[in-house]
Ligand binder design. Structure first.
Ligand code: HEC
Length: 182
């Protein structure tokens, strides 16, 4: 009997942990975008690039030292885990009183929150979509494969856009027409 009670209490505690009862999501989705996701993605996009000089010479930028690869790795880890942070229940989109910076194009925070609440599966899939690309990026970094890292940059951009088009500026139209600065 005592044993069964112990198991029941154990399961109850596990259920609380799994349901997120211990989590305290005080930062907003906007904060996570601006403080973690955007800076990490920018770092990774800028870490690799190919330039063509006016006389047609190709030059590539890529991490060259162990330290540079280590720095890139940190950003990939940040992206992977930030995607989990987007899934913590009860997190607000923006601080109270925050307004859309482009009304009519970008939804108001309250509209975004309603969309997320009404479409939790899509929100989860799109967060996981970004995480999947970031996981591939991590593998490319661990293999020190700059070419692959550069190709995955485009895939990462698409993963961001897919979610922004659904939840942030759904009226903005096909990706080709999107606002400068992503
Ligand atoms: C699962 C959905 C989702 C994914 C994936 C996602 N975003 Fe966002 N992002 C949002 C939402 C929703 C907002 C609007 C929140 C706000 O700013 O009010 C936003 C806002 C932003 C902002 C504006 C922040 C501000 O201060 O106004 C930036 C920058 C941004 N995202 C960059 C990115 C980048 C870069 C990626 C990909 C590496 C990405 N996002 C992936 C949902 C997502």
């Amino acid at each position: 009997m005592r044993f069964r009670v112990t198991i029941a209490v154990g399961l109850l505690i596990a259920a609380c942990v799994i349901s997120g009862a211990q989590q305290r999501p005080t930062s907003t989705i906007k904060d996570i975008m601006g403080s973690m996701i955007d800076p990490s993605a920018d770092y990774l996009w800028e870490a690799v690039s190919t330039q063509i000089s006016p006389n047609g010479d190709l030059s590539t930028r890529a991490p060259r030292s162990a330290q540079a690869w280590q720095n890139a790795r940190r950003q990939a880890i940040t992206l992977i885990e930030a995607s989990n942070l987007l899934l913590i229940p009860g997190r607000h989109v923006a601080k109270p009183g925050d307004k859309s910076e482009q009304p009519g194009i970008e939804l108001e925070p309250a509209q975004i929150e309603k969309l997320i609440a009404d479409n939790p599966v899509v929100w989860t899939d799109l967060s996981h979509g970004m995480q999947d690309v970031a996981t591939k990026i991590l593998a490319a970094i661990e293999a020190k494969d700059a070419g692959k890292l550069e190709n995955l940059g485009a895939e990462l951009d698409e993963a961001c856009e897919r979610c922004h088009l659904k939840f942030w500026y759904p009226s903005a139209g096909p990706p080709a027409l999107l606002i400068p600065g992503r």
